[in-house]
Write a protein that binds this ligand. Sequence first.
Ligand code: 3H9
Length: 691
Amino acid sequence: MTTVTQQTIDRVLVATINHAPVNALNQAARQGLKDALEAFENDRSLVALVVTGSERFFSAGADITEFTRPAQPPSIASLIETIEQCDRPVIAAISGRALGGGLELALGCHLRVGTASSRYALPESKLGLLPAVGGTQRLPRLIGPVEALKAICSGEEIPAKRALELGLIDQIAQGELIPAAVALGKSSQTVPSRANAPITLSAQEREAFDQEAARLLKRHRGQEAIDACVQAVRAAVDGPLEVGLALERELFAKLQEGAQSQAMRHVFFAERRVGKLPASTQADFEPAATVAIVGGGMMGRGIAMSLLDAGLNVTLIDVDETAAGKAVQGVAGQYQRAIDKGTLTEEEKTARMQRLTTAVDIAAVAPADVVIEAVFESMAVKKDIFQQLGRHARPGAVLASNTSTLDLNEIAAASGRPADVVGMHFFSPAHIMRLVEVIRGEKTSLSTLAQALDLTRRMKKIGVVVGVCDGFVGNRMIGKRSQQVDRLLLDGALPRPIDDALTRFGFPMGPLAVNDMAGLDVAQNVRQSRGQVFPVADAICALGRYGQKTQAGYYRYEPGSRKPVDDPEITALIEKVSEQQGVQRRELSEEEILDRTLLPVINEGFRLLEEGMACHADDIDVTLIHGYGWPRSTGGPMFYAEQMGLKTLCAKMEKLAAELGDPAFEPAHLLRALADEGLSVHALSRRDLPA
Ligand code: 3H9
């Protein structure tokens, strides 16, 4: 089938984009649209042109894979120019999503009609870019600059009803889309588009715009794309369309070349590459319909919600009726909050709750296709449960453990059927966090692994396959940062400068504020079980300061507040511990803080690849971004390492290893080898799955 088909209905030419899977506007699609526009221009018997797409996608926008190659004509901008010169109406008929350059093409049409379920977004800022074919100019003219700025900087989708209220679309089709668009085309004249009219604001509206711009710049400090979006929308407010369009083009070109956008585009594709079994893998499994969850605590409830949202039947099993009832109430409460926020309907809640049952006997796992254990992190408890699961679960059912630290092979052995056992390490809150480390034990079968990955995908989560090792990928890597943070405190830093350095780098929270939130006793228990000593952290815990829950940790907290306040008591304590340890405190620069907290984490990533615990650098990038707040705009730890240059990274680490005498800075063999050879870690082919 050609990429854009043409059909005449009742003297209206209908051009349909057919470029599966998402109707990205690649060169062939753009050429097809150009041909349709020419056919329309040349046939004076036609009264209108309708541009449309598939049921799911009007268009997902420009083809991102083309961004690394020289641009090929025709451009989307030239198509829009041609549309604007048409003396008969061009109508965008939108079903599914109109995103990025796809929406901009629709904004360039004279009128827009959408289905009731159509959705609209300019998500370019999520790729470190700005809409570059008129989106920053036409959207503010159509829906007002404040709403446009919010939409452009968030990239969030606007549903059809809201799009109609805002004036983004002109009509929601009452019956079928194409007949509605044809009728609209036949009854319309080409009038100058509202999307090109000048913007006039009252003093009050101007102030509201300035305030919104300032809020967004503060919230997304350091994100070049957001700066550019604000500048471009301001140009739409302040001046003529042509000037704004020229600025938009200039800003896009700069961003496209920049490190942040390259990193964010890398993450976009990495997220889609991970968690896929090689095409050659023969893994037989029936997609699960029923899942049993053992343990109705916070984690169990979050997992249950993700499964219910995905349309599965769920049985929640807990020790007694009271615990099971509490779990169901917890799930219902979360759904009610979603209804209150307007993100869920009453009917959707009812349908989900009807698929949720409870049980107090573990034998209730019998009909389940998959069982997920989500109980307390104790080897004895988990082994006992897997022993019972081995007896009660039906043959062939997948048995998944939500362990975050324990040896999956030992848990699997207890079941007596280790081929059926896999780890599914969810992150809290499980109904929101998208990452799942899918842990392959030494005996996990391929079909078990494939079932776990399929379930993860159906829950709209990102599954990353990892091998069995202490902390798996994420916790093992981030654990290296914790060690260094304690050492930095000992050497002269204080909590605030460490947290500030990492938030300025792009983490949503600093590590010490995170520790206070998680509870310092939790980390202390893990350290004690491993025989690790962290002098500063241990001294803080010894005072009963366990973080937010005791209103004191690395910071202090006012009653009822989660805002960390610097505490002179902690400064004095840290200085005392340094003295006791015989450490001469000194001033530490932000650069040193960053190098000492980030480089050992990255180094551990190379070690994980070397050991085959992770299959590819993409997997590590995605894990740290989705599980630990590593800033997306740097592309993840391994991509950040590549952008720094592996040689530079090695040299920095060797210098720190010599200065600090700390083996954590000894470059991993793989890192050194790649640096010596001048090779890229992302270019290494995906390894076989860890086993
Ligand atoms: C833009 O428009 C700039 C303009 O302002 C100016 C230009 C000059 N291009 O996510 P999925 C692939 S920037 C190329 O698994 P879903 C994707 O890689 C663009 N490929 O499906 C995957 O490939 P594979 C602005 C794309 O249903 C396959 O399609 N637009 C593109 O869960 C399926 O994708 C955006 O930022 C693309 N634009 O979600 C939208 N989009 O099968 C980005 C997708 O080989 N895309 N692919 O793994 C998305 O947000 C989601 O992919 C979408 C579908 C919601 C569309």
